[in-house]
Structure formats: C-alpha cells, structure tokens
Ligand binder design. Structure first.
Ligand code: ADP
Length: 160
C-alpha cells in the first residue's frame, strides 16, 4: 500500500519554509498531497484558487506531490484520501503548544491518522506567512522568503 501524506495549511502565501517541508516530505513518502485549507472565518489575501496556482507552480519539480484544497475537518479529508500521515512543520518552540493541541485533537477525531513533524532548514525557522504579508503590505521586502513567482504576485497586490 502506498504511503500517502497530507500537508495541510493556509499557504497565504506559500513561503520557502513551506517548500522546504514539502521537499523533505516528498523524499520520505510515496505521495504527498499539499492541501489548502479553505477556512471561511479567515480573510486571506490570496483566494484559494490563487494559492492552489502558486503551490502548483512552485511544486511542479516534485513528481510525487499534488495540490488540492479542502474545507471542514482534516480528520475527514484524511479518510477520503486514504492518507495515514499528516505533515506539520515545526519552526521555533512557539509552534509546539498549538501543534500538540492540533495533533491530539486530530487523533481523537481520526484514530487512524498520525501527525509527523518535520523541521525546516534553520534559515526558515522564523519565517511565517503573516510576517511576509506584513512586510510586503508596507513596502518591505524579505530576501529569500518566498519564491520569485509568489513575490511577483505579492507585488501585484501591494502596488505602491
Ligand atoms: P503559517 O503558520 O505561516 O501561517 P500555514 O498555516 O500555511 O502557515 O502553515 C502550514 C504548516 O506549515 C504548519 O505546520 C506550519 O507550522 C508550517 N510552516 C509554516 N511556515 C513554516 C516554515 N517557515 N518552516 C517550517 N514549517 C512552516
């Protein structure tokens, strides 16, 4: 049986930290589904279809990676996709408490799934989508934070 992993997130926008995690997961699992969470309570800067487009563009070199979107519970989406492993990235210690709560809740909702944590390269430890949004919104640039394709899209939104 194929070992399928799902990497869920908002990806608003996808950063080089996310891509680092995707590359690591693609080396470990037979198939990785990067799943854009459509959360109606959040107001993302990029629509779900834009985020899907960014992810597809930036992951096309990985032959075993596909991109999809979902709403509702990850636990249910995992069952539909017959995936056992959910991937989460761990940056600094600040991620830990939230990620532990999430992993415990998910395993209660779906006892067949496991959450696997991957660490990015140290240079991405403090990189978050929200910092990227904040910097670009006010005319700043963060070197090596997002792929060039995504930077272009950010600059379209935050035209001076
Ligand atoms: P963020 O937390 O930056 O808003 P997401 O909700 O899209 O981003 O995060 C999806 C997953 O990717 C989470 O597990 C998050 O911890 C992880 N992640 C986000 N940024 C990084 C990064 N720079 N390095 C490693 N993992 C990351």
């Amino acid at each position: 049986m194929k070992n399928i992993a799902v990497y869920p997130g908002t990806f608003d926008p996808v950063t080089n930290g996310h891509l680092d995690i995707i590359r690591r997961a693609a080396e470990i699992f037979d198939k990785v589904i990067v799943a854009v969470l459509i959360n109606k309570n959040k107001k993302p800067i990029f629509t779900a279809s834009q985020r899907l487009d960014h992810l597809k563009h930036c992951t096309k070199q990985f032959k075993n990676v596909t991109v999809d979107s979902f709403d509702g519970l990850l636990a249910d989406y995992m069952r539909i996709k017959k995936a056992k492993v959910a991937i989460r990235g761990l940056r600094a210690l600040t991620d830990l408490e939230y990620e532990f709560i999430l992993a415990n809740t998910n395993s209660e909702l779906n006892p067949d799934m496991e959450t696997v944590f991957l660490m990015p390269s140290a240079k991405y430890t403090y990189l978050t989508s929200s910092m990227v949004r904040e910097a670009y919104a006010f005319g700043g640039r963060l070197k090596n934070s997002v792929p060039p394709y995504v930077e272009k899209e950010l600059l379209k939104i935050y035209k001076k």
